[in-house]
Design a protein around this ligand. Structure first.
Ligand SMILES: Cc1cc2nc3c(=O)[nH]c(=O)nc-3n(C[C@H](O)[C@H](O)[C@H](O)COP(=O)(O)O)c2cc1C
Length: 206
């Protein structure tokens, strides 16, 4: 009989035109590459009807397109809804793992602002933020657009979608691979936390 997953990783995202949804699918694929981890992919609208499932997850990965130098309005609505649904009910996400990803039209496009918004959101919930453990790439004479983390972010996974291309073509494979990497990393860290929590508490209790 198959064993139940040791860690469930929720991915809560918004995508106005489908590009960030492709990035979210890649994060999900990365999570599912890790044995013992299971992914739950939700839009920001769905998430606001399924708080209990988010509360039961060991990690939540946030995703949004960068619109006007910040996370999209739908993502912000989800953030604000969590204030009464989660914080006011006793900081129900405290000590969960958190991470984030964003996508935009420009290479920079002020995506860092969106990742900072997500990291602050996680901090307000008392969550543990997981960074992208990839060196910045495509920044030397031997670098290329095919490199993992070609856009050079540390705080989370970034993607860039040409504004004249649909989600069938953008973001490119390098950015989807970077998103898969983030999914794998968060699933691994969530498993480390989940499996280590009990012995850690026993050690603390003496
Ligand atoms: C209202 C609006 C604001 C945008 N602002 C930015 C921006 O600040 N920086 C940027 O690089 N791209 C910006 N874009 C481009 C989107 O980030 C880009 O098209 C992205 O791929 C859309 O993702 P989605 O299909 O998941 O909605 C903006 C697009 C819209 C519709």
């Amino acid at each position: 009989m198959a064993r139940p997953p040791a860690a469930r990783i929720a991915i809560v995202h918004h995508s106005g035109y489908g590009h960030t949804a492709r990035q979210a699918e890649a994060v999900r694929a990365g999570v599912e590459q890790v044995r013992g981890a299971e992914a739950l992919l939700l839009t920001t609208d769905e998430a606001q009807r399924r708080w209990e499932e988010l509360n039961a997850a060991q990690a939540i990965i946030f995703g949004a397109p960068t619109y006007v130098g910040a996370g999209s309005a739908s993502f912000k609505a989800f953030q604000e809804a969590s204030s009464s649904a989660i914080m006011a009910r006793g900081y129900l996400w405290k000590d969960k793992i958190a991470a984030g990803f964003t996508n935009s039209g420009s290479r920079s496009g002020d995506k860092l602002s969106t990742l900072l918004q997500m990291a602050l959101f996680a901090a307000q919930h008392g969550m543990h933020w997981v960074s992208l453990d990839l060196p910045p790439a495509n920044c030397s004479s031997t670098g290329s657009e095919e490199d993992l983390n070609r856009l050079g972010f540390w705080l989370g996974a970034a993607a860039q979608s040409n504004v004249d291309q649909g989600p069938d073509l953008a973001p490119p494979e390098a950015d989807l691979a970077t998103a898969r990497h983030l999914g794998r990393r968060v699933a691994t860290v969530a498993l480390q936390f989940t499996l280590g929590r009990e012995p850690a508490m026993a050690a603390l209790a003496g």
